[in-house]
Design a protein around this ligand. Structure first.
Ligand code: FAD
Ligand code: NAP
Length: 313
């Protein structure tokens, strides 16, 4: 028979937001349960060096996440390897159903399910992820000092990434599938004025080119969508910036959302549109999307949940 567990606070997700919420909720004596999901440790387990998490000049992403897990666990957070497949928010206590069959009833929920960069889906893109192909300029731009880089996309993210990458790269080619950007005008103005950036209109990426020893990108093959002409551009880095998709599947029909699917929170808090449900990290944040901002929001969510539960009593 399926097990039912009750907790005061259920934390869904095990990235920086989830584990930080776990630390704070444990220290508030709320005995939280944290369900890790399909990717224990979250997005940072998919990268190598992290150089911008305070306290660590350099640390491997997976190592940082193990430290966060150990920290939450040491504070008393119960960490469970399960995936929440359904969340019933219609009545309190809320009811979350795990893939394992376990039913978690809870007085408050902290959603920390993160977001995923969208990828083009090319085999060569997959093959060179972490070896020249990236979806995070803030994370990886520093590794391309003096190199030529291409950025794929035409939205705010692509333009911001291209502008940011000019701090390191000798040249940035912005490859967009149309001849018009959907980014904000102010960003487009900055892009057009930047002498290091060359837009390449009406082109799509056909393949990432590279070598195996040492493994790395050497260029890209692109196609002009109007003429079908194929050409190659030498480069060391390929930044795919075609949008992010928040992991909102559990709540997309019940919570208020913004910017195409991110969970809305009351400004300055982690309160969602349903009292008792809090959201933190990349799930709510289309703008910063960093480990440290996610951790900060995880802290806020635990404090908000503590206050909410105290008010209920
Ligand atoms: P995530 O890390 O996205 O974690 C989401 C968690 O939710 C996962 O554990 C997942 O298993 C869980 N989950 C999802 N659905 C469910 C479910 N239904 N049930 C249970 N659990 C669920 N940021 C930096 O600051 N510095 C960097 O150097 C850096 N490098 C990066 C490199 C790469 C390749 C990528 C992709 C991102 C990088 N980032 C970096 C961004 C950083 O990883 C994210 O901002 C951060 O991880 C977001 O944390 P989060 O806790 O919101 O969610
Ligand atoms: P986006 O606005 O959805 O733009 C995605 C871009 O990638 C579009 O130009 C799109 O082309 C292109 N694209 C999508 N799929 C593609 C594919 N398969 N092949 C080639 N190109 C593809 O995503 P975003 O730029 O990440 O922005 C997401 C949201 O966050 C937006 O609401 C944005 O305003 C917001 N944001 C805000 C800021 C800020 O306020 N500073 C910063 C970043 C993001 P088309 O144009 O042809 O569709």
């Amino acid at each position: 028979m399926a097990e039912t567990r009750h907790t005061k606070v259920l934390i869904i997700g095990s990235g920086p937001a989830g584990y930080t919420a776990g630390v704070y909720a444990s220290r508030a004596m709320l005995n939280p349960i944290l369900v890790q999901g399909i990717e224990p440790g979250g997005q940072l387990t998919t990268t190598t060096e992290v150089e911008n998490y305070p306290g660590f000049t350099e640390i491997q992403g997976p190592d940082l996440m193990i430290k966060m897990q150990e920290h939450a666990s040491a504070m008393g957070c119960e960490i469970i390897g399960d995936i929440i497949t359904d969340l019933d928010t219609s009545a309190r206590p809320f009811k979350a159903t795990g893939d394992s069959g376990t039913v978690y009833t809870t007085d408050a929920v902290i959603l920390c399910t993160g977001a995923r960069a969208k990828w083009l889906g090319l085999d060569s893109e997959e093959a060179y992820k972490g070896f020249g192909v990236s979806a995070c300029a803030t994370c990886d731009g520093f590794f391309y000092r003096g190199q030529e880089i291409v950025v794929i996309g035409g939205g705010n993210t692509a333009v911001e990434e291209a502008l940011f990458l000019t701090n390191f790269a000798s040249k940035v080619t912005l490859i967009h599938r149309r001849d018009e950007l959907r980014a904000e005008k102010i960003l487009i103005d900055r892009l057009m004025k930047n002498e290091k950036i060359e837009p390449l209109w009406d082109h799509v990426l056909e393949d990432v080119l590279g070598e195996d020893t040492p493994k790395g990108v050497t260029g890209v093959r692109v196609k002009n969508v109007k003429t079908d002409a194929v050409s190659e551009i030498p480069c060391k880095g390929v930044f795919v910036a075609i949008g992010h998709a928040p992991a909102n599947e559990l709540v997309k029909d019940v919570l208020e959302l913004h910017n195409g699917g991110y969970v809305s929170v009351k400004p300055g808090t982690t309160e969602t549109s349903i009292p008792g449900i809090f959201a933190a990290g990349d799930l709510t944040d289309h703008k910063y999307r960093q480990a440290i901002t996610s951790a900060g929001m995880g802290c806020m969510a635990a404090l908000d949940a503590e206050r909410f539960l105290a008010e209920q009593e």
